[in-house]
Design a protein around this ligand. Structure first.
Ligand code: ZN
Length: 93
């Protein structure tokens, strides 16, 4: 049977439990980090571009078409502007 050691008080807990039986500390470190960031309000903000350019199957055809056209243009813009930023940094150096 898998046992988990509490990172806070050192008590060994059942592997299936998510919190320490002695001190209620979260045993899953990833979950703990997530909770910590959530408390601080620093949860990673999902990239808005992905939501913006997400093509969902339920979208009407016109919207899908528009997204299919916009997406490469957007990425091209990102790449070109990135290149110019690099160029500007390189020139000024
Ligand atoms: Zn504990």
């Amino acid at each position: 049977m898998i046992k988990k050691k509490c990172s806070s008080c050192g008590t060994w807990n059942d592997g299936s439990s998510s919190t320490c039986s002695a001190c209620d500390e979260l045993l899953d470190l990833r979950k703990k980090e997530y909770e910590r960031l959530k408390k601080l309000g620093k949860l990673p903000i999902e990239a808005k571009e992905h939501i913006l350019f997400e093509i969902k199957p339920e979208y009407p055809v016109w919207r899908k078409t528009v997204l299919y056209i916009i997406r490469p243009v957007y990425w091209l813009f990102v790449i070109v502007s990135g290149f110019f930023l690099w160029l500007a940094a390189w020139v000024s150096a």
